[in-house]
Design a protein around this ligand. Sequence first.
Ligand code: DI6
Ligand code: FE
Length: 403
Amino acid sequence: MALKTFSNCRIATMEPGIGPYGLIPDGALVADGEVIAWVGAQSALPSACRHAPTIDLDGATVTPALIDCHTHLIFGGNRAQEFELRLQGASYEAIARQGGGIASTMRATRIVTEDDLVGSALPRLDALLGEGAAVVEVKSGYGLSIADELKMLRAARRLTEERPVHIVTSWLAAHAVPPEYQGMPDTYIDEVAVRGLTAAHAEGLVDAVDGYCESIAFTPAQIARIFEAADELGLPKKLHAEQLTNLGGAKLAASFHALSADHLEHLDMEGVTAMAQSGTVAVLLPGAYYTLRQSQRPPVQALRAAGVLMAVATDANPGSSPLFSLLLAMNMACTLFGLTAEEALIGTTAAAARALGLHHRYGTLSVGKRADLAVWDIAHPCELAYRLGLSPLSMRVIGGTVC
Ligand code: DI6
Ligand code: FE
């Protein structure tokens, strides 16, 4: 046993059933190697743990390390020029239809190497880790050929060789129709999205399968084909749904028992009910809503009333959400979407873990889960969603080890 005690702290366990934030005001936590062996009131610390090496946290606040459950961290180039065009009045959809948008990042991603993709993603990853993240989901979707999609996911996997982080990969070949398949979206789904999935899965590159169900991307029928392929391989599913229009994507995702449906600004009651019944997590992405200056907000009150778990993520990408701060995403989820500060923290911990199917090991602080901690120089966990542009992180602990 390699016990290590973290003492003298306020612990937001995020465990349900023990009050707001699952808070233990005068707490201690014991890690046995990578796993939590004990957590509770400092006064109740078992005597066997009192002699373990101890890190005195001096009254700091401890939360589960944060989880960004929706990012596009791997990409070439940037789209600052499209930002300027949008400021002059061009719409996101119009830019996409004129060959910009995802197609523009596709061109910039195809011409760079796997090494380049790793190198350019590291500063973005470091921004997330610097605010206490330990798990980051990363999607493909800017290669749009089998070789380039595989290149993206190989680069995503390599991030774990460079930093202490758990990376979850999603196969998002169904993101846009590349120019060589223009007018032939169904052929693209068969020849690239489905065939490439089999190849990527065989190489161990895929943890989940995602799609972009949208008027400027793919229809529910096309998404269903890639989801059927995911089912055959036993892979979990997620979906970009109801962001700009309502195509019934969330309902489709729920019918496949998807882990999550993401965005959801245009979600209707039928979709809410379907998600509640299937236990599909609603991933809210306020960075995209903000960047695209949308006006319709996701139906947070209806989701809450139906008992749909809400996660919050950055959607970090070069076009619709150049946001690399989970704390700011939490603040936006409160200010723009009406989440409570506690819901925002659930959104980047317990709910985010569930949106990735990792809730058995991540997302709350209880015995048997990973000793992945964020230690904050704050007096109460509600402060995490409160400030803009100032990270109070003082320590990150990954698998019981101080980073
Ligand atoms: N996530 C996505 O995948 C798309 N929108 C979103 O919020 C497209 C991202 C992009 O413009 O590159
Ligand atoms: Fe996205």
